[in-house]
Design a protein around this ligand. Structure first.
Ligand SMILES: C[S@@+](CC[C@H](N)C(=O)[O-])C[C@H]1O[C@@H](n2cnc3c(N)ncnc32)[C@H](O)[C@@H]1O
Length: 286
């Protein structure tokens, strides 16, 4: 039986040769292979001379083959890490991205000085941003909303598993399922909307469009600003005066999103850049 080192090297070679996945930077294929091996072994670390059992090798090769066909690692292992929280995610829901950690951080910075912080995460998916805020500020009341059953079910399971009773998830369209008494009391609204325009969907990598739910990527509008327009229109009724709206978007969209916020009456609008270059957080104050 091969050692972990040999199995990883073979897996890396296979992934490097795959046309079905992106190759964004050197070392990505090895990182994916290590994530899959960690899952199979049930270990965070191992000795590279560790000899795999027949069963471990078979399971690992099966997962690597599925990854080579495009399946996101998080769907294969059923989990991902977000601000040190292990978040469970499966098919039917958007896979939380490292880039969204910056929006969670921006929310925490604005909430932690409040005596009774209230946070709403719209389009919450499996809840990474809401759960990260609920974990960082246990006294905060955190609400997450998603239109679809599968992400909401997964978000509720995550809150239970992570023992975060201060995170509550609702299914529905944007602000619609929220209790009326939240009006005018929310300190921070975060949203990572589906912002890919309908026609741009064909430009997305295969490993995204073939696996993640279409409705988590596009709002079916021409410019990808349809859902956001509705958020900007309704948010001032739910935010307290001086409360913040935080929107995660791609860098090429940050200017148009900032314009939508300004036209919607938000003040102090600006675009902020986190450590991961693929996204920006546009901020505005009610
Ligand atoms: C880009 S994903 C972001 C998910 C999560 N916030 C994250 O960063 O991992 C967009 C999410 O918006 C949800 N969504 C789409 N239309 C919606 C609507 N009208 N109201 C609430 N959620 C919606 C999708 O189901 C999807 O989970």
């Amino acid at each position: 039986m091969p050692t972990a080192k040999v199995a990883l090297r073979d897996a890396e070679d296979l992934l490097k040769g795959s046309d079905a996945i992106e190759h964004p930077h050197a070392g990505k294929e090895l990182a994916d292979a290590e994530e899959l091996l960690s899952f199979v072994l049930g270990l965070e670390e191992w000795d590279e001379d560790l000899t795999l059992t027949h069963q471990e090798l078979w399971s690992f090769k099966r997962l690597v083959a599925r990854r080579a066909r495009g399946a996101p690692p998080a769907y294969l292992t059923g989990r991902t890490t977000f601000r040190r929280l292990v978040i469970h995610v499966g098919p039917g829901a958007f896979v939380p991205r490292e880039s969204s950690e910056f929006m969670a951080h921006q929310a925490v910075v604005r909430l932690r000085s409040r005596k009774h912080p209230v946070h709403l995460d719209l389009a919450t998916g499996v809840g990474p941003v809401a759960l990260a805020v609920a974990s960082a500020i246990p006294r905060a009341s955190v609400f997450g909303v998603d239109l679809y059953a599968s992400p909401v079910r997964q978000a509720k399971d995550n809150a239970r598993r992570l023992a975060l009773p201060n995170a509550t998830f609702f299914r529905g369209d944007l602000f619609r399922p929220l209790p009326a008494d939240l009006r005018g009391s929310i300190d921070v609204v975060t949203v990572h909307p589906p912002y890919v325009g309908k026609r741009e969907m064909r430009d997305l990598p295969d490993e995204i469009v073939r696996f993640e739910p279409e409705e988590s990527l596009t709002d079916y509008s021409r410019d990808g600003l349809g859902l956001l327009g509705r958020v900007v229109e309704e948010a001032p009724r739910w935010l307290r005066p001086g409360g913040w709206l935080l929107v995660e978007v791609s860098p090429d969209r940050s200017r148009s999103v900032a314009t939508v916020l300004r036209r919607g009456g938000f003040d102090d609008v600006r675009s902020t850049k986190g450590p991961v270059p693929v996204s920006r957080v546009v901020l505005g104050r009610a």
